[in-house]
Design a protein around this ligand. Structure first.
Ligand code: AMP
Ligand code: MG
Length: 418
């Protein structure tokens, strides 16, 4: 099933907007975008990483029947204060091998972890707490009725929604589906994300760069980033600063990708062909973000496909992908909008931050549980990205950060996962 496409004017900003705060840009993206991927039905084993296309109700309860949580002896509870003694019934109940009959009141039965509680048993005393002698057990009460037992359906009731539409199926979600006996699920097809680098100065790694060239760092970075998030990366290569070549590449990309990330050429300069070309479509919006690193983000629809024109600086391209594109990908792919909220961690640094924009600093946790930041804020410093395990997010207003002050830390692993 194919969902309706996105509207051509979906990225329009209200007139007069100058610098767009990050929160507002995120709200606008959230409102503008919707799922673009069709659905298919897959065996649960093949559905890891996909987003559920509909709620999944449990065909069976989990657990399906009351059972023992421990190895021990089962009887009808509760047991009173003091020493309790009971004769032991013949036989036992084990996981997968139920005790056939009913246990008479006043008697106990040997029972193992995971075994269904037979009729006449609702309470289990731990084997370690019991003295077994001459066919009788003795232990110290009291023990409440239901102790060490799991009720039928206490985890998931039959017919209840086990997982909601839009949930991404990670390993733990597959466990939930399998537990209630779901063998097949309807999920969204993987989102195909095209990655294109632009710029006359770029040389792909593996070729010999001339003195005037730099290596294309963004393409391997962005392709592997989106692949790591479970999306389908589509390598659209690299194009020089030439409008017609770029046009042809974007035209071809529409058939291969559901969304395109370009980097470089997104500002309003004379060699900024991404923004110039996308302006021709009439759908282009240059969002000037109140963000460091980053600033311009060119957004447009190209042949029905949303294009995110990222800044060329690798650090800015990376940060803008995390902050704007990643939550957008989740929506396009059939998941819900989600922005990582991060955690408050004591600062291991000082900084006087100016008002008027949100700042993201390359950061990592220290052994002492503080967060330190990379020595340079230069947005061309790729080494700082690799040094970092996350970002410190400093809010839009002015901020004087002193060591020990709480700052918001967004670990890289919090993006895209789960
Ligand atoms: P631009 O956004 O095109 O003005 O580029 C900003 C800066 O990022 C320039 O210094 C570019 O050379 C650099 N840059 C652009 N694309 C890439 C890339 N794919 N890899 C590394 N650096 C890049
Ligand atoms: Mg450029």
């Amino acid at each position: 099933m194919q969902p309706p496409g996105l509207k051509n004017d979906c990225f329009a900003l209200p007139p007069g907007v100058h610098w767009t705060p990050v929160d507002e840009a995120q709200d606008r993206l959230r409102a503008a975008l919707s799922c673009v991927t069709g659905t298919e039905t897959l065996p649960v084993m093949a559905a890891a990483g996909r987003f559920l296309a509909s709620d999944v109700a449990a065909p069976r309860a989990h657990p399906p029947a009351a059972n023992s949580a421990v190895d021990g002896f089962g009887f009808v509870g509760p047991a009173g204060e003091g020493v309790q003694a009971m004769p032991l019934a013949e036989g036992r109940a084990a996981a997968g091998v139920p005790f056939g009959g009913a246990v008479p009141t006043g008697q106990a039965l040997r029972i193992l972890t995971g075994a269904q509680l037979p009729e006449g048993v609702d309470t289990v005393v731990l084997e370690e707490d019991v003295n077994l002698e001459a066919g009788r057990i003795a232990f110290h009460g009291p023990l409440r009725a239901g102790a060490n037992a799991r009720a039928a359906g206490e985890d998931i009731a039959a017919g209840a929604v086990a997982l909601e539409r839009g949930t991404r199926l990670g390993s733990t979600e597959l466990a939930v589906l399998a537990s209630v006996g779901v063998a097949e699920v309807t999920v969204h097809r993987p989102l195909r994300i095209g990655v294109l680098s632009t710029g006359d100065e770029l040389c792909p790694v593996g070729r010999v760069a001339s003195a005037a060239q730099i290596y294309d760092a963004n393409r391997p970075m962005l392709l592997s980033l989106v692949a790591g998030w479970g999306y389908e990366p589509v390598d659209l290569g690299h194009v020089p600063d030439d409008r017609e070549t770029l046009r042809a590449r974007l035209d071809a990309a529409v058939a291969e990708a559901d969304v395109v990330l370009t980097s470089g050429g997104a500002s309003a300069g004379e060699e900024d062909h991404v923004s110039a070309l996308m302006t021709e479509t009439g759908t282009m919006q240059l969002w000037r973000m109140a963000i460091k690193p980053g600033r311009p983000l060119a957004l447009a629809m190209w042949g029905g496909v949303p294009v995110f024109g990222l800044p060329g600086n690798p650090v800015a391209a990376f940060v803008c992908t995390l902050i704007f594109a990643e939550p957008a990908f989740r929506v396009l792919a059939g998941g819900g909008w989600r922005v990582p909220r991060g955690v408050l961690v004591p600062a291991g640094f000082s900084k006087a931050k100016k008002p008027g924009r949100r700042e993201y600093l390359r950061a990592r946790l220290t052994a002492a549980g503080a967060v330190e930041v990379f020595a340079s804020e230069g947005s061309g410093r790729v080494s700082g990205l690799s040094w970092a395990d996350g970002l410190v997010e400093l809010e839009d207003g002015a901020r004087q950060v002193r060591p020990g002050d709480p700052v918001r830390y967004l670990p890289f692993v919090g993006f895209g996962a789960g």
